[in-house]
Structure formats: C-alpha cells, structure tokens
Write a protein that binds this ligand. Sequence first.
Ligand SMILES: NC(=O)c1ccc[n+]([C@@H]2O[C@H](COP(=O)([O-])OP(=O)(O)OC[C@H]3O[C@@H](n4cnc5c(N)ncnc54)[C@H](O)[C@@H]3O)[C@@H](O)[C@H]2O)c1
Length: 341
Amino acid sequence: MRVLLTGHQGYLGTVMAPVLAAAGHEVVGLDAGLFADCVLGPTPADPPGHRVDLRDVTAEHVAGVDAVIHLAALSNDPLGSLAPELTYDINHHASVRLAQLARDAGVQRFLYASTCSVYGAAGGDDLVAEDAPLRPVTPYAESKVRVEDDLHELADGDFTPVFMRNATAFGYSPRLRADIVLNNLVGHALLSGEVLVLSDGTPWRPLVHAVDIARAFTAALSAPREAVHDQAFNIGSEINNVTVAEIAEQVAEAVSGAKVRITGENGADPRSYRVDFSRLRAAIPDFDCEWTVKQGALELADAYRKFDLTREDFDRRFTRLAVLRAASEAGTVDDTLRWRR
Ligand SMILES: NC(=O)c1ccc[n+]([C@@H]2O[C@H](COP(=O)([O-])OP(=O)(O)OC[C@H]3O[C@@H](n4cnc5c(N)ncnc54)[C@H](O)[C@@H]3O)[C@@H](O)[C@H]2O)c1
C-alpha cells in the first residue's frame, strides 16, 4: 500500500516508518517537523515527506494514497494544557479535516492514533475495555475522544476508520521523548541516581513499546476490513499493566545503583486506568506485544549511555513542551505554533 504517515518525524513516527517499509509498504510522510532536530543517536533516514502543517493539508496530500496513519498531534497532556484551543484546532479539527479529505480521495483505511488516556479517571483495579465509559481529564484526551466521535460519523462502506488507543509508549526512538514515564524515569535515574516519582505511585499506567505500537498499526493496516472497521482497540498487553510505583521498581532494577524515591508531592494523579487488551488479540490473532517494561528500561539505559544523554538535552531537547516554549521564545514559531517564514 501507499501509506501517508502523518507525524513521521515524531517519536512514534520515526520508529513506525521503517517497520511499515519492511512490511512492503510505500511510506510518504507528512509533518510540520516541530521536533525533527530532537535526535538522540544517528540521524534517522526519513521517508520522503511533506513538510506541512496539519491545518494546511489539501486534497493533493492525500491523492493516490491507499491508507492514512494519522499520528501528528500535540502529543501529551502538558502540551494540551498549555494551549487548549490550539490542541482542539490541531488535534481535533485538523484531524477530522484530514479524514474528510482522505475519504473524498478514496482512501479506504484511516488508522487514528488515539490513547488509553480517554479512560482518564477510570480508577479502580478492574480492567477497562473499549466500551468502558470515556472520562478524559485533560484537553489532550478530550481532543482524542472528539476525533473518535467525528471519524465514527465518516465510516461507511468505502471508508474504514480504526481507533488505535495506545497505552503510554516507551523505548528508544531516534527522536526521543523524555517526557513519557518510563523514558523519563530511566533518564533521571542515570543522571541523578534516583528514580524520582512525584505522584504517590498508585495510578495504573499501562505501557507499550514504540516498536510494538508500530507493529500493531502495521497489522491493523492489512487486517480484514470486517475485523477492524470503525472499531476502537486498546494497543498494548496485560503484562505491561503496571502502576507507576511498579514502573519505578523496574527502572531501579535496570539502572544499577539507582534508588526509588516516591515523594507523593504531586498527590494522587487522577489518570489511572488498567486496560483490557483482549479485543486486539481477538481481531488480529497474529499480533502480540513483544516488549516488557523491564526490557524497555534496559534498552533505554543502554541507549542513553551509548549516546551520552546530558541533563540539558534530557530537560530541554527531549521534552516536547520545553522545545515548543523555546521555539516560541526564540520567535521561530508564532503563537499558533506555525513556523515563521
Ligand atoms: N507517545 C505516547 O506515549 C503516545 C500514547 C498514546 C497516543 N499517542 C499518540 O501518538 C501520536 C504520536 O505521538 P508521539 O509520541 O510520536 O508524539 P511526538 O510529539 O513525538 O510526534 C508528534 C508529531 O506531530 C507533529 N505535529 C504536531 N503538530 C503538528 C501540526 N500542526 N502539523 C503537522 N505536524 C504536527 C510533530 O512535528 C511531531 O513530529 C500522537 O497523536 C499521540 O497523541 C502517543
């Protein structure tokens, strides 16, 4: 298939592009390139792509495409809370417009990168499945719910949206993010000797490796239409349903000498959800996650050491919010997060 991969220069997109190519797909990227230079290790070989803002996408960008994988977004809660209106413009309105253009162009499958954060304050120890009530607690998560609702309205005999509700990602990507929990805790442990948890450690936070996300999307791309049409899937695996305190313990085992410190100073995080991944297994029996949290912690520790992660890069270069704040202060992006010409 010819696949348009939005967000191909992000943390997940940089890992997903080669996985799609290895499966025989022709990948065309689309990204504003906000974090294109936030690289740890060798510079990745990106597929050919459009350097364009999602809000400026036209019919030309989706012409001749068989499927769209839509990752581009302001990708986490702090970004969403920084500018809620921008989050809705980019994550919600521009995403729905992209889907409409894709449908009009005859694109048949549209895999949307949603998130398990849509369950938000699910709380408790029960597993939440895809039909659980959605309780987003941030503009970011709310934007994902709105896109799912609107894409559902576009589904028809020729257009198959699929809602890929990813658990929180972890693992090495050349375009690293240090603002997601495992990547953050491992980096902090290496740089300071401490696995520092500011919440009380109790929230459930299911995790999934970036490569397993890429494999799940690749599998969903070629799954039979009736198995995935207009459906939501939790992406991850029960073995990685862990609490933040358990994640911290795994990190301490992976980074020798590091000590866990749970301060609880940020109180209880309202986002807590323990997730049921059985629908994905039933729909795509060939797929299962391969990476455990422990393996990911070891992989990250190796990569951070090998590529000499510095405190400066950890805090600024690989933290999405810090990068955008710096670009805004330097005037390279305007207050709508568009590049200044
Ligand atoms: N990483 C996770 O833990 C995780 C978990 C669940 C869901 N997701 C979703 O997966 C997707 C990818 O996440 P990621 O971790 O790779 O994030 P990321 O921030 O690394 O990548 C997002 C990409 O989108 C691009 N982008 C942002 N605004 C844009 C705009 N206006 N126009 C064009 N491009 C724009 C950025 O330049 C970046 O390359 C996002 O939709 C995110 O919400 C991620």
